[in-house]
Design a protein around this ligand. Structure first.
Ligand SMILES: [Zn+2]
Length: 258
């Protein structure tokens, strides 16, 4: 079995974001956070895969950078881990919001795995979603348009390679998908923005809470049931997409030392 190590890369921030915006119908008072935009580096012997690509450079997406940040956090993070983006041939995109696909242009030799349904939604989303897909914004070409020549569209669940598969998890967007990754400590799930914070998926600590940014709550509920089934049947570990506490560990799985 191919076992991967998952490393979170801090590629920008959703700055000064109301915590309550992540937690539908939950009173979080005035709490706000700079929520990291996380891309994931998956590494196994002979295999390197990216899941999501962050928002892109500060020039491209200044709204996701803090004063004093370097111009391109994703490139710096990859360099820190000794990874040349042009050496990566497989990128999986959980969905096409700009804070997940903005850095895609760095992966010049990659195939991008996206749900076909997400591509359809991105072309002409409902008006309130157009800025986050960068659609219908005068003078702007969405990052996802710039990689269309290398997109591999998925219609449902897919096996990307041994140890890495995708599961459809609609609700945040209609074509959202999660990524299941085999590790030495069992499968880990990157659920995309279905589960942005730990509080959205408290496990035994209460019912799951949808992201306040969603397109279909019925689909959301079915996706939560799907994640619950994965936890029950496979014992998956869920890694949220925008939670600052992800960086409490440099990589996953966390292997207990005895
Ligand atoms: Zn999103």
């Amino acid at each position: 079995m191919t076992e991967f190590q998952l490393t979170p890369l801090r590629c920008g921030y959703v700055i000064n974001h109301a915590v309550g915006s992540f937690l539908y119908r939950t009173d979080c008072g005035d709490a706000r956070i700079d929520a990291p935009c996380i891309a994931w580096l998956l590494q196994a012997p002979g295999q390197t895969v990216m899941v999501d690509t962050g928002p892109g450079s500060c020039t491209q997406a200044p709204q996701h950078y803090r004063p004093g940040d370097p111009d391109d956090l994703l490139l710096l993070e990859l360099a820190r881990h000794g990874v040349d983006p042009s050496s990566i041939d497989t990128v999986i995109l959980t969905h096409l919001h700009n804070d997940h696909v903005g850095g895609a242009g760095h992966f010049l030799n990659a195939i991008f795995h996206v749900q076909e349904r997400e591509l359809r939604e991105a072309v002409w989303p409902v008006p309130f979603q157009r800025p986050i897909y960068e659609v219908n914004q005068r003078g702007r070409t969405p990052a996802w348009v710039q990689i269309l020549d290398r997109v591999q569209a998925l219609d449902g669940d897919g096996v990307i390679m041994p140890g890495v598969s995708t599961v459809t998890l609609p609700g945040h967007t209609s074509g959202s998908q999660g990524v299941l990754v085999d590790t030495a400590a069992g499968p880990h799930l990157l659920p995309g923005d279905l589960i942005p914070l730990r509080e959205n998926w408290p496990g035994g600590g209460g019912p799951p809470i949808p992201n306040g940014n969603h397109t279909d709550l019925y689909a959301y509920e079915r996706s939560f049931l799907r994640v619950a089934a994965l936890v029950t049947s496979l014992g998956v570990t869920v890694l949220p997409s925008h939670d600052p506490r992800i960086f409490d560990q440099p990589s996953y799985p966390v292997i207990p030392t005895s």
